[in-house]
Design a protein around this ligand. Structure first.
Ligand code: EPU
Length: 360
């Protein structure tokens, strides 16, 4: 009896997970798709992640999902790279973990540990204010810090993998903690180990970033290169320019709900490119390791979809790679347009487009 003081009791209650049922997710996805989930909870402390497997035995619906080997846990950050079905049967966990910690330096790098629920762009601004440079090319990307390694976010000549030292998290089924170094994360273009099925229940809790002490600005990307021929380069100047380009090219989430690039830019061989260019000489291409990256936006534009509404959805008129929801759209409408685009691009160019955001 005496063991549990009123203070301990309150602390215990605070730690208990409050689970809501039939929760509306429309305001929690930047595509504004109409969707509900069976169970919903918010995670504000790392300790709450530890005991999540207990809900599996407490909630029969979740138990049967687990037994049927279906996905049980859906970890939600900013909801900016997700396509929601109308009904999500598992438990959606909104990640509200916060905190930024300066760890220190070795001879080559400075290190910062960041809780996964921090807003990505706010962290980029924090870095600029505190002398950690390199992420400025990734300014204004929507979403959270925890989502950044999953798809290895990239823009304007930089991929986040260059600045990731390690990723820490917990498998929600086994409750086991794991820390992966940058190599173990298996980063590649818009991809990482965290997209593999064996990581589908992995809750990333912290990301440790490394910042080379020797700062080398990255301004090789077309529009940045042009601008900085006549302007002084600095981390803040790069951030400002990137913000300006993104605001001009990419549709505002407030007016045109979207999930950023809808497809990955396809990778082809030099031979494929040569034969494509015979028929379509204006195709743009960029070297990407041993392969060549084509512009999915250009292929979609050439296929005739740019600015052409199809029900509630449309490939955006200023950047055909972005699908926008013009209001009241649902999962089925997204997939109908996506399939049309994929089929036409395949027929016209023999190129397979792959959807970039995750589908829940
Ligand atoms: N283009 C067209 N028509 C279009 C769109 C693009 O012809 O409608 C051509 C243009 O020639 C342009 C080239 O494609 O020069 C590249 O376009 P852009 O610079 O806009 O980049 P992107 O390849 O379409 C990628 C990323 C973006 C990132 C930008 C800038 C992917 C899937 N997308 O887009 O990332 O911001 O480069 O680095 O790799 C995201 O992932 O959500 C995202 C927005």
């Amino acid at each position: 009896m005496s063991e549990i003081t009123p203070q301990k009791m309150l602390k215990k209650r605070k730690k208990m997970l409050s689970v809501k049922t039939n929760f509306n997710l429309e305001s929690l996805n930047t595509f504004k798709l109409e969707s509900t989930c069976a169970f919903y909870s918010e995670i504000s402390h790392v300790d709450e992640v530890k005991d999540l497997n207990k809900v599996l035995t407490q909630e029969p619906q979740l138990t049967s999902l687990f037994k049927a080997k279906e996905k049980v846990f859906f970890i939600l950050g900013g909801g900016s790279n997700l396509i929601f079905r109308e009904r999500i049967h598992g438990l959606v966990l909104k990640n509200n973990l916060k905190g930024i910690k300066e760890i220190g330096c070795d001879t080559t790098n400075a290190y910062v540990q960041v809780a996964s629920g921090e807003v990505w762009h706010d962290f980029v601004l924090w870095c600029l204010d505190h002398g950690y440079f390199g992420l400025e090319n990734l300014a204004l990307i929507p979403g959270t810090v925890g989502a950044a390694p999953i798809q290895n976010i990239g823009a304007y000549g930089v991929e986040v993998k260059k600045f990731i030292h390690s990723v820490r998290g917990r498998d929600l089924l086994t409750s086991q903690m794991r820390e992966l170094n940058s190599l173990e994360c298996q980063f590649s273009y818009r991809d990482s180990i965290f997209k593999k099925p064996e990581y589908k229940n992995f809750f990333i809790t912290e990301v440790v970033f490394k910042f080379p002490l020797l700062y080398e600005p990255e301004v090789s990307y077309g529009e940045l290169k042009e601008f900085f021929k006549t302007h002084e380069v600095s981390p803040r100047a790069i951030a400002n320019k990137v913000i300006e380009i993104r605001k001009e090219k990419l549709p505002s989430l407030d007016f045109y709900p979207n999930v950023g690039s809808f497809f990955k830019n396809p990778l082809v061989t030099q031979e494929q490119l040569n034969s494509l260019k015979k028929r379509t000489p204006q195709l743009v291409s960029f070297p990407h390791g041993e392969k060549i990256k084509l512009s999915a936006g250009q292929l979609i534009e050439l296929a005739g979809f740019k600015g052409q509404p199809q029900g509630a959805f449309m490939m955006y008129s200023r950047q055909a790679l972005v699908m926008i929801n013009q209001g009241g759209g649902r999962f089925e409408g997204v997939m109908t347009l996506a399939e049309k685009v994929k089929t036409k691009v395949l027929n016209d160019f023999g190129v397979i487009l792959e959807i970039e955001p995750d589908i829940w």
